[in-house]
Every structure is written in C-alpha cells, then in structure tokens.
Design a protein around this ligand. Structure first.
Ligand code: URP
Ligand code: ZN
Ligand code: ZN
Ligand code: ZN
Length: 497
C-alpha cells in the first residue's frame, strides 16, 4: 500500500508543477520535488506523464432496471470500465419505483453496489413520486449514515419516473430546506408522449422516431422551466445531460440573473451527434437511443465543449446506462420500446481530453476541473477527492497526453457488444489508475478486486452549492406593507350600510 510516483507533472484544477507523490495507506502523504525511493515502496515512473486526480463521473446508472430490461454494466463491470478509463469514483442513482419507500430503494442499491464496486462510489436519489412521507424520507437520507446530498427529478418518462411541476417545485423547496442539491432530467415529458403516439400512428416506428419525438426545444423549454422554478424555490439546481445549445442557453440565461445552476454535458453529447438516428441500418441507429437524444445539429458537440471552456457549463459525466444489441432490438417495431441509454464511463476522460485539450479548447487544468474537481466540490467530497494534495485520497491517474488509442467494443471493458464511439481515435490515455493507493489498471490490464471500492457518504450543504443561497433567500422573502386598517369613507360605504 506504499507507492511512490516519480518525476511526473501534477495537474490540479488551478496549478501544474513537477513533483513526486508519496502514497501511504490509501492517502497522499507527501508531495515534493524529489522523494527518496526507500525500499519497500512500489515505484510508478511518471516521467513525461501527467499526474492527475482520478476522474469522478457524477452520473451513472449501473444495472438500472429500466424499460423492462436491466442495464448490462453492473457495479462490477461498470466500475471496471471506469477505472480502465481513468475514472476512480462514480455517483450512481437510487431510483425508487413510484410510491416505493426511499429507504427500501436505498438498501437495494447499496446491496447491489457494495459487494461489486472496484472503485469508490457515492449515491444520488431520484424522487419519482411526492407526498409527506417522501419529504420525511428525504430528510432521513440526508442525515445519519445514508450519505445522500442530492435529489434528481425527472420531467420526462411519463407514467414511470416523471413528476408534475408542482411536485418538482415542492421537492425543490424540501431540497433547499435540507441543503441538498436538486438535479433535473429536463425534457417536456407530456408533449413527448403525445408526439410518440402521433409518430407511431404515422408509421414512423424506427429510431428516427425517437429523435423526432423529442425535438431540442422540448429540452430547452424544460430546462428554462426547471431553472425558473428553482429560482422561485431558491434552490440550487443541477441540470443533468445537457444535450443541446438551447438547454445550455437556458442555463446561461439564469446564471446571468444570479441563479445557482450547474450544467452537465456528457461524453456522448461531446463526441457524437444525432445523425446516427437516420442510419439505414436499424441496429446501428438504435444503439444511440438515449434521452434527451443526441443533437441533430452537427456543430453541437464542439459548441458544448466551448461552453465548458467558457464556464457556462461546469462538469462532465456520462449517464452510462448500457443495453446490448439484443436489448435494443426489443424495440424493432416501435422506437418507444428501445431501452434508452448509452455507454461512456470508460471513454469520457479520453474523449474530453481529445475534443477539449487536444483540440485546443481547454487547458489541462480545466480538464481536471471538468472531469473531477468540480464534481468533488459540488457533491461535497473535496478535497478528499478531486485533488492531488497531502491528505487527499490517493485516487490518481498517470495520464499520457501524447499517446492515442482507438475506441472499440473489442477492447473495451463494458458488458455490451458495441460502443457508440467505435473506431474513434482519441488522444490522451490513462496508463495507470490508482484507487485509494492501489494500482487497479496498468499496462492495459485490470488488477481489480470486487467489493474493494468504498461507499463515500456525501454530506449536505456543499459550499459551492449553498454559499449564495441564504442571501438570495432574504432578497426573495415575501414583502408585507404595514398599513392602518382600511376604513370605508361614507362615499364608498356599501349602499345598505
Ligand atoms: O437515456 C437515458 N438517459 N437513460 C438513462 C436514464 C436517464 O434518463 O438518465
Ligand atoms: Zn436522464
Ligand atoms: Zn441518467
Ligand atoms: Zn473483474
């Protein structure tokens, strides 16, 4: 468990410098220019390499039961894919079925994840129905040992996960009270349901129907509405999977008005587009079905990267939720039955480096920010995670920024038989991945142990999320005008007075 990383360039979100790093019992214990390689230390040579905080993917769905199927990457295969790609922590979602107790769902997810994860993980909680019991259980899971500090609301998937606006609003009031972050899947689910019916009855049954049922303005409208309601509730908001320029513009609009709102583009949306839905091979098109859909505007991926550079979007995730070809084929006669979701957790770091740093849009420090540090700050586990610093967990990646690799289903570690980035050559390769001081990926080989990852409890009241909220709340307090009681004058008195 003692490790010395020699001769690398450390990259944090705010600085880059050459130094050695000493790791003991899973923690970083020393950072200095030349640490003596004492006997018994495992030496990792990082000459000409970057030493970066392990990636944090704040949005995954391992083994999610969804649309009658179960996502193929479970917590074992999914976290193996993560570490092979330089990600050392994921934040997955507990998603109760409508009406189910949050506590029961929570225990189920912990039961799935704890014995399987090969890297650390945290949990976010979806709110799929509303009532006093849900509000009470929200309070319970933000306290004690449950470790939940964010709640996600779906404005899509009518009849399954979707909540109504008033439920979403009341949920955000509760989030603000508990100092928990509200997260939102922003699409107009009611209009989408109508459009699906219309498209199917017009004979459009293939994957092109998926994108046509969910035009970008339905994402932009729901994003704007979610931001507006969050402002009214004085609740910080985190918009998951920002897929379009319109949704990003809605976030920027509200930030310019002082709202605390974060936007999360995902690897798929940064590296590929919705032209695939029109591919003449049905299965090819079906593989890309996810919601919101990939943008049909081919300039969107580059535009989203530039918005990360400009600080109008804030961090990257993947929404990793994988279904294999057989599962996708269950929707062969009806696009609404194609299980929604794509891969990403293994390729996010390389994709963001390639499309961001290699393309000259962001620098290595911004790369660290959008792949790791921002997530650690927002979800309140910084600087335990998200930084190369003395006292931080030794979640470290030795990154070769000169190397390239070609993404392929034949070499990936996902449990599915295709990869949406198939054939893409990317610059930036994670050569060694270290989780809490243990080398779990080196020389293209996994050295993982099932269940070795730990659950990371996430406490409410993250500084970056809540520091501005109280003062904003004062400005939003209802105004009462103190007046003398109204006395009707004789001229205005009621006729029968
Ligand atoms: O298509 C998607 N995104 N599947 C996963 C569930 C969700 O909406 O996040
Ligand atoms: Zn979603
Ligand atoms: Zn998701
Ligand atoms: Zn394994």
């Amino acid at each position: 468990m003692s490790l010395l990383i020699k001769n690398g360039t450390i990259v944090n979100d705010d600085s880059m410098f050459k130094s050695d790093v000493l790791v003991l019992d899973g923690k970083i214990v020393e950072i200095s220019p030349s640490i003596e390689p004492l006997p018994g230390l495992e030496i990792v040579d990082a000459t000409d390499r970057l030493v970066i905080p392990g990636g944090i993917d704040p949005h995954t769905h391992m083994q999610l039961p969804f649309m009658g199927e179960i996502a193929k990457d479970d917590f074992h295969r999914g976290t193996e894919a993560a570490v092979a790609g330089g990600t050392t922590m994921i934040i997955d979602f507990v998603i109760p079925t409508k009406g189910e107790s949050l506590l029961v769902a929570y225990d189920r997810w912990r039961g799935w994840a704890d014995p399987k994860v090969v890297c650390d993980y945290g949990l976010s909680m979806a709110i799929t129905s509303w009532g006093p019991e849900v509000a009470k259980e929200m309070e319970m899971v933000t306290k004690a040992d449950y470790g939940i500090n964010s709640f996600k609301f779906f404005l899509a998937y009518a009849g399954v996960f979707m909540v109504r606006d008033e439920e979403f609003y009341q949920g955000m009031i509760q989030c603000a009270k508990l100092r928990a972050l509200a997260r939102v899947h922003a699409e107009n689910g009611a209009v989408i349901a109508e459009r699906c019916e219309h498209l199917l009855s017009s004979g459009i049954t293939g994957p092109e129907g998926h994108t046509q049922s969910r035009p970008e303005e339905l994402e932009a409208e729901a994003t704007f509405r979610a931001c507006t309601m969050a402002s009214q509730a004085n609740c910080p908001l985190y918009v998951v999977h920002v897929m379009s320029k319109g949704a990003a513009a809605a976030i920027a609009h509200h930030r310019k008005k002082g709202a605390v709102v974060f936007g999360e583009p995902i690897a798929a949306g940064l590296a590929t587009d919705g032209s695939h839905y029109y591919h003449e091979d049905w299965l090819h098109a079906a593989r890309y079905v996810m919601s919101p859909p990939l943008s049909r505007d081919p300039t969107t991926p580059n535009a989203l990267m530039k918005l990360l550079a400009a600080g109008e979007l804030h961090l990257t995730a993947t929404d990793n939720c994988t279904f294999d070809c057989h599962q996708k084929s269950l929707g062969k006669d009806d696009f609404t039955k194609i299980p929604n979701g794509v891969n990403g957790v293994e390729d996010r770091m390389s994709v963001v480096w390639d499309k961001g740093v290699h393309a000259g849009i962001i620098d290595p420090m911004k790369f660290v920010s959008v792949t790791s540090t921002m997530a650690a700050k927002i979800f309140n586990c910084y600087p335990q995670k998200g930084r190369i610093a003395v006292g931080s967990d030794a979640d470290i990646v030795i990154w070769n920024d000169k190397a390239t690799r070609v993404i392929s289903k034949d070499t990936h570690h996902h449990a599915i038989d295709f990869n949406i980035f198939e054939g893409m050559q990317v610059h930036g390769v994670p050569e060694t991945t270290i989780c809490r001081g243990r080398v779990v990926w080196v020389n293209g080989q996994l050295r993982t142990v099932q269940g070795a990852g730990r659950f990371v409890p996430l406490a409410p009241d993250s500084q970056i999320v809540f520091s501005a909220v109280d003062n904003r709340g004062k400005a939003l307090e209802p105004v009462k005008v103190e007046r003398a009681p109204y006395e009707a004058t004789s001229a205005l008195a009621a006729p029968d007075a």
